[in-house]
Structures are given as structure tokens and as C-alpha cells.
Ligand binder design. Structure first.
Ligand SMILES: [Mg+2]
Length: 284
């Protein structure tokens, strides 16, 4: 895949527009989706060998979005890259469409269902083992939430992946420093996260998850094939790109009015500051 920062930046704006458009008429996990949008845009445009015409290739790379509630960012990216029709995003809360609510394998590009947290690192581990046994070239990327790391199953998978020397497995932590509507370090502190992963035998890297050049440098130099799985801790910002909802505990899930979505979209484009009146979640 060819890396083009300008293309990444253009697509990431459009994906954010899609996320905001899905944040009304019932809403979605807006803040969380905005934090991992750049990761998904980078991976699908510049790292993974996955395109709409390679979805059945046995040597395609596998991406699993374990934090399935960020699916507006995933489907927004799919819409921009031709996996699904842009018009279909309007069905995100229509239970008659497989695009409904969380990742579903019936949607082109989705490799496994998610939504219930803590499971897809184990699924990815099984896929990575299968790929190695079949001597395929695919890499398995699993995107985890930082709050999701409080699921004990994650740490069981970390131990087994190390024991099996799964060096074709990469976990990426969307480290946005929030878990639901509270800061991670105020609930169950995660830091020093790098040291914890290293103690479980994983290679570690840390990167700004919104800096495409830094992401490309990091992902291009991962120690894949060196006998250990790798984790990339991507420091991100909840609500990234829309200042009035950035780093706000109460903007995890949002259900804005259409007028507010229009204001926020203007804000995304740097044209205005939104005046929000939609009720917010109660913080603890
Ligand atoms: Mg988080």
C-alpha cells in the first residue's frame, strides 16, 4: 500500500463528517469513534492489503475492531474506500440492515462480530495461529480500547499469544484516556502501560494516533516476524477534530439535533464553534 498523508487527511475529514451525521436520530458513540478515526483511515489506506476486491483473498490482512462501539469510524472508512455505499450509513440504527449498531460479518470488510468487549484479541490470536499453520502471509491487527484493557480476557490472551510466539499479531490500543464517561486513570489506572505489556512478553511501540507521518513510521518498522507479538499504544483524543466535544467525559455517546450536527460539522471544518443544548450524560 502507498502512503499519502494528504489523502489520509482528506479521507479522515470525510469519515468525521460521517460520524457526526450518525450522531443524531438516536445517536452513536461519537467521542470514541472520533478518537480512532485516524487509526482506521491510516490502516485501510496505507497499511493493510485489504481492498473491496481482496476481501476473499486468503493472504489478505485481517483487522478486528474489538471496541465495536467505534463502528461509525469503521463504516465511515468503508464508505469512503468503496467497501459499502455512502448512502447506507444512514441505516446505522435500522435493525433491518446488517450495518445496524455494531460490526457484523455480513457487512463487506468486517472479519468478525464485536461489541461485547474483551473478546477479539483472543479471536485474533486464533486467526494468527491458523495463518501461521497454513503458512499464509497475512497479518492480524486487533484494535482495543484502553478501557477494554480492564477485561481480564485481554490479559489471558496476551499470555497465550506470547507463549505461542505469534509474531504476525499486532494489537493497537486506542489510548484516548477515557473509559465510558470517566477518565481511565481515575477508575482503574492503566499506566505504565508499556511496561505492563513488556512484562507479558510483547514488543511495544508508542505513537501519536492522530499523526499520520508518525503512524506510518511506527507501523512500517514493527518487529513482525521476530518471535513475539507486538502492541502499539496509540495516544489519541476523545472527540478529536471537533473542539467543543474534545476530551469531554460526557460526549462518549451523543445524540445531537440536526442543527447541532450542522454546527459541529462547521466546527470540524474550522468555520464555527457549536452551541450545544442536547442533554449530556451524567459523569459518575
Ligand atoms: Mg477509551
Amino acid at each position: 500500500m502507498t502512503y499519502d498523508r494528504g489523502r489520509c487527511e482528506e479521507i479522515s475529514i470525510r469519515v468525521r463528517e460521517h460520524i457526526l451525521a450518525m450522531s443524531t436520530d438516536g445517536g452513536c458513540f461519537t467521542g470514541a469513534s472520533l478518537s480512532c478515526a485516524d487509526l482506521l483511515v491510516y490502516l485501510y489506506t496505507s497499511y493493510l492489503n485489504v481492498r473491496p476486491d481482496t476481501l476473499t483473498d486468503p493472504n489478505r490482512d485481517i483487522l478486528l475492531l474489538s471496541k465495536g462501539h467505534d463502528v461509525p469510524a469503521l463504516y465511515g472508512t468503508f464508505a469512503e474506500l468503496g467497501f459499502i455505499e455512502r448512502e447506507r450509513l444512514a441505516n446505522h440504527l435500522d435493525c433491518n440492515d446488517h450495518i445496524y449498531w455494531h460490526p457484523n460479518r455480513a457487512v463487506p470488510g468486517v472479519e468478525f462480530h464485536s461489541g461485547s468487549l474483551g473478546h477479539l484479541l483472543s479471536v485474533g490470536m486464533g486467526m494468527a495461529l491458523s495463518i501461521r499453520m497454513e503458512q499464509r502471509a497475512s497479518r492480524v491487527i486487533v484494535i482495543l480500547g484502553d478501557g477494554e484493557l480492564n477485561e481480564g480476557s485481554i490479559w489471558e490472551a496476551l499470555q497465550v499469544a506470547h507463549a505461542l510466539h505469534l509474531d504476525n499479531l499486532v494489537a493497537i490500543v486506542d489510548r484516548n484516556w477515557f473509559q465510558a464517561n470517566v477518565r481511565t486513570e481515575e477508575l482503574i489506572p492503566l499506566e505504565p502501560l508499556d511496561e505492563k505489556f513488556r512484562a507479558f512478553g510483547w514488543n511495544t511501540a508508542r505513537v501519536d494516533g492522530h499523526d499520520f507521518d508518525a503512524l506510518h513510521a511506527c507501523m512500517s518498522s514493527l518487529p513482525i516476524g521476530t518471535g513475539r507479538p507486538t502492541v502499539v499504544i496509540a495516544d489519541t483524543m476523545r472527540g478529536k477534530g471537533v473542539p467543543s466535544i474534545q476530551e469531554r467525559a460526557d460526549r462518549w455517546f451523543c445524540n445531537f439535533t440536526h442543527d447541532e450536527v450542522a454546527q459541529l460539522t462547521d466546527e470540524l471544518h474550522g468555520n464555527a464553534v457549536a452551541t450545544l443544548v442536547s442533554p449530556t450524560l451524567i459523569v459518575r
